[in-house]
Design a binder for this molecule. Structure first.
Ligand code: FES
Length: 328
């Protein structure tokens, strides 16, 4: 989850009880990108996290956004995030850029990690624009573990690419490609027909992720891992039909009409499920499936996980069967 600035409903219960934090530092990192350093209000440790994790940022204007943690994971007292100003971002990033100042108080939910770094003989990290944020802690971790790695980092222009100063310390492992002077990332040169021992982690705009996924289509599952910060388009009106959901633990059955999400109907029925992004991006609303066939519309599960059919994200996913059984 990288600097997502997406329209959504109010924060779920997890963020309502989230610790409060103060903006300890706000820095301009590139054209249109600021970083925020957050420290717990009143002092003390923040929750532990691992590379690839994100937090919910609950802003003083009542909106909640998800941002990847991009600071030092071994610093227990600070979170750092990078925020890209997004013209179509429904005001979240504008608020951070224009109205959030050092000393202001925000809420924090999480951290959660849907993009974990798993062991490999070698890593290839591919970042597009603000997609660099979840990869920063990953390259630090790979460096710490002395696992060979390379980073391909593309951006609109050199001045728009954040955190270049920090990356300079890694020398020729970092391959910076501003589009206006160098063209697109040279994926042909870096993505082999078979991964060998290299695991690829990619975060950035949808077209970059789609291109990388296309090139790695024949790879075994798990060797390419991607994270989106804009939901994948999965809308299919033809599949938007009603179905019944049995809540196995409470013994109730609810009906989800074609124009309502499972999450909405659960909420109206008084069944609380934690949620945050409500776009199938953050993973908060994951619910175990005990029966039936989910119609997955999230941007999180890979093909094998979808085929397993044992969990779903109830904010967006629906049902291909007329009857679905959830562990609620
Ligand atoms: S609330 Fe974020 S995935 Fe459902």
């Amino acid at each position: 989850m990288s600097a997502a600035d997406t329209a959504q409903a109010p924060a779920g219960p997890d963020t309502a009880t989230a610790p409060q934090a103060r903006v300890a530092a706000k820095r301009t990192m590139a054209d249109g990108v600021v970083s925020l350093t957050l420290r717990r209000l009143g002092g003390g440790r923040l929750p532990d996290w691992t590379p690839g994790a994100h937090i919910d940022l609950v802003l003083p204007n009542g909106t909640t956004r998800q941002y990847s943690l991009c600071g030092d994971r071994w610093d227990p007292y600070s979170f750092r995030i990078g925020v890209l100003r997004e013209p179509d971002g429904h005001g979240g990033s504008d608020f951070v850029h224009d109205e959030l100042h050092e000393g202001d108080v925000v809420g924090i939910g999480g951290p959660r990690n849907n993009f974990p770094l798993v062991p490999a003989d070698r890593y290839l990290f591919i970042a597009g624009g603000i997609g660099i944020t979840p990869l920063l802690p990953m390259v630090a971790q790979a460096e710490l573990l002395q696992v060979p790695w390379d980073l391909l980092y593309g951006g609109r222009s050199y001045s728009s690419m954040a955190f270049l100063d920090e990356l300079r310390d890694y020398g020729d492992k970092v391959h910076v490609t501003p589009h206006d002077t160098h063209g697109p990332l040279d994926l042909d040169a870096w993505l082999p027909a078979h991964p060998g021992g290299t695991k690829v982690y990619c975060c950035g705009p949808g077209p970059l992720l789609d291109t990388v996924a296309h090139r790695c289509a024949g790879w075994p599952t798990g060797w390419l891992r991607t994270e989106r910060f804009v939901a994948r388009s999965t809308a299919d009106g033809a599949r938007d039909r009603g179905f019944r959901v049995e809540l196995r633990r409470s013994g109730r059955t609810i009906t989800v009409p074609a124009d309502r999400s499972v999450l909405q109907v659960l909420g109206e029925a008084g069944v609380q499920v934690l949620s945050s992004c409500r776009q199938g991006l953050c993973g908060t609303c994951e619910t175990a499936v005990l029966g039936g066939e989910p119609d997955h519309r999230d941007s999180l599960l890979d093909d094998d996980e979808r085929a397993a059919g044992d969990c779903m994200f109830v904010c967006v996913s629906r049902s291909l069967s007329e009857h679905l059984i959830l562990d609620l």
